[in-house]
Design a protein. Structure first.
Length: 129
C-alpha cells in the first residue's frame, strides 16, 4: 500500500507541473541545413568588418531569430575563432570573449594549374602544342 500511495503522489505532482514538459518525452529537432546556411551567411556578414564581442553577437542573433544552438553550429562550420581578452579599467578587470573569422588564406597552387605559356626552359608545355 505504501508504494501505491507514493505513485499517486508523484502522478499528482507531475499533473501540477503541466507548465514544464517532461524532459524524457521532449524531442529536440536538430537544425536543418537551410537554417545553418542562413545562420552562416548572417554570422559571416556580421564578422566581415572584424572581431566582435560575444555578448553583442548573441544579442543580435537573438534579435534576428537565430538560436544559440544554431549560432554555435554556424560558428563551427565557418571555423570562427574565439579570443579571450583581458580588459581592465580603473575600477575592475574582466575577461571578454570575441569572435572573429579565420584569416583568409591564399589558395595553394594546384598540380592542375597551368604554368605560364613558356616554362623556365623556354619550351612549350605539351598541352599548348
Amino acid at each position: 500500500m505504501r508504494n501505491n500511495d507514493r505513485r499517486h503522489r508523484e502522478r499528482d505532482r507531475r499533473d501540477q507541473d503541466d507548465d514544464f514538459p517532461d524532459p524524457r518525452t521532449v524531442r529536440v529537432r536538430p537544425p536543418s541545413a537551410t537554417d545553418i546556411e542562413r545562420a552562416e551567411r548572417w554570422l559571416k556578414g556580421l564578422l566581415e568588418s572584424g572581431p566582435l564581442y560575444l555578448f553583442e553577437i548573441k544579442s543580435k542573433a537573438s534579435a534576428a531569430g537565430i538560436s544559440e544552438r544554431l549560432l554555435q553550429a554556424a560558428r563551427k562550420s565557418l571555423g570562427v575563432r574565439s579570443m579571450n581578452v583581458n580588459t581592465a579599467n580603473d575600477l575592475a578587470e574582466w575577461k571578454c570573449w570575441f569572435w572573429e573569422l579565420p584569416p583568409k588564406r591564399k589558395p595553394s597552387p594546384s598540380v592542375f594549374d597551368k604554368p605560364d605559356k613558356h616554362d623556365a626552359d623556354g619550351e612549350r608545355p605539351p598541352w599548348d602544342a
